[in-house]
Ligand binder design. Structure first.
Ligand SMILES: [Zn+2]
Ligand SMILES: [Zn+2]
Length: 391
């Protein structure tokens, strides 16, 4: 079959690779209908997560048709149209039983790297390096889905492919941040990053009854999407003083919840950004925590800061004093999608959640390398490149 492979830092190519096979009784094989690039894939592309091998298949956000079913699978049959959570979780371990699915003890068959980095290993993720299990990704004609009864969800008939696709990763990641940050009705929520995940966090906060939702970015067409399709307020950090605007918007108090949806390659301006960039290039820190710092400073006293952006390990100039002295709750998570995907699909079926506008560029898988270039460089207003393996 054809697959879009990582072949080196900032290099991808469409290659011929072996078809996936059922390896365990709880696996299904999907024919991939749609699969999209995610901002976190850019960290793999750029070599910031150094656990890729040449030939690894990229992609963790996808929708497909079941073409083969393991003998132990109960919920799915050949022909079903399903969306799959990007995180791989067993459904049986202590973490899964406590609905902390991305922390699954069994989803990552190769936990040594992340145990060394973080103390304990989280679950696995499709197409996300050997640190997160070494699973083949979804930018391919076919994919093996382990623990399919847990991670694959049938898509209601009325929900189009291009809508349901984002119930795989972007939407449940946004939902995870808003739910785990315990956004309350009447809250003011600030979201750093207007990519797919930031937009979905804003949508989730609104559906949960936040009074004001303010999204911060520098790219005009993404901010325009936020206003037009999500209905949230926006701030362009290249044009305004974000901290001052957020104070103004909250009567001087600051947002109740600050959600960071940017991650390790954050942009900014000024000396702090240059310092971060230099240290990251020299491998003296793994991540650029620009947006996290801003969120911690902007947050009201006693508020919650939640990191949804992907970070690798260690950062410098982390404002620990603000966390302690302002009595902040600081949390983060990879998505617990198994918990949120069913309700997201219901919102989609009722027309309460708009996602198709994220798919600005839909193309055959053959054009994957070009799609990644456009996505990375935000060319032609690219918010997400979506690949159709069937062409
Ligand atoms: Zn993702
Ligand atoms: Zn588990």
């Amino acid at each position: 079959m054809k697959a879009l492979c990582w072949t080196g830092v900032n290099e991808t190519s469409v290659e011929e690779v072996p078809d996936p096979k059922i390896l365990n009784s709880h696996d299904v094989i999907l024919r991939v209908i749609l699969t999209t690039t995610c901002g976190s894939d850019l960290h793999l592309l750029g070599g910031y997560i150094p656990f890729m091998r040449s030939g690894d298949v990229l992609g963790h956000e996808f929708l497909g048709e079941v073409v083969e079913v393991g003998t132990g699978v109960q919920k799915h049959k050949v022909g079903d149209r399903v969306v799959v959570c990007s995180f791989i979780s067993c459904g049986k371990c202590w973490y899964c039983q406590n609905k902390l699915f991305s922390l699954c003890d069994n989803g990552n068959p190769n936990p040594a790297i992340t145990e060394a980095l973080w103390g304990f290993a989280p679950g696995g993720c499709f197409g996300y390096s050997h640190a997160l299990g070494g699973y083949a990704g979804s930018h391919a004609d076919y994919i093996r889905v382990p623990y399919a009864d847990q991670g694959a969800f049938s898509v209601p008939d009325g929900v189009p492919d291009l809508t349901a696709l984002f119930a795989s990763d972007a939407a449940p990641t946004g939902w995870t941040g808003v739910d785990q940050a315990e956004v309350q009705a009447g809250d003011v929520v600030a979201v750093w990053g207007a990519g797919g995940v930031g937009q979905m966090a804003a949508a989730a906060a609104q559906l949960r009854g936040a009074e004001r939702v303010i999204v911060i970015d520098r790219i005009a067409n993404r901010l325009q999407q936020v206003e037009q399709h999500i209905g949230a307020e926006t701030l362009n950090y290249e044009q305004v003083d974000v901290a001052a605007e957020l104070r103004e918007a909250t009567g001087g108090r600051g947002p109740d919840v600050c959600i960071e949806a940017v991650g390790m390659e954050a942009h900014s301006s000024g000396p702090a950004y240059l310092y971060d960039q230099a240290k990251q290039q020299l491998r003296l820190q793994t991540d650029r925590p620009t947006a996290v710092r801003e969120a911690i400073h902007a947050c009201r006293k006693g508020g919650t800061v939640f990191t949804l952006g992907v970070f690798a390990a260690v950062v410098d100039k982390f404002p620990l004093g603000a966390v302690m002295n302002k009595a902040l709750t600081l949390r983060g998570a990879q998505q617990h999608g198994h918990r949120y995907i069913p309700q997201i699909l219901e919102h989609m079926a009722r027309g309460e959640l708009t996602t198709e506008h994220l798919a600005t560029h839909v193309m055959p898988l053959d054009q994957g390398p070009r799609g990644y270039d456009m996505f990375k460089n935000k060319e032609d207003g690219c918010v997400r490149a979506v690949f159709q393996p069937a062409g």
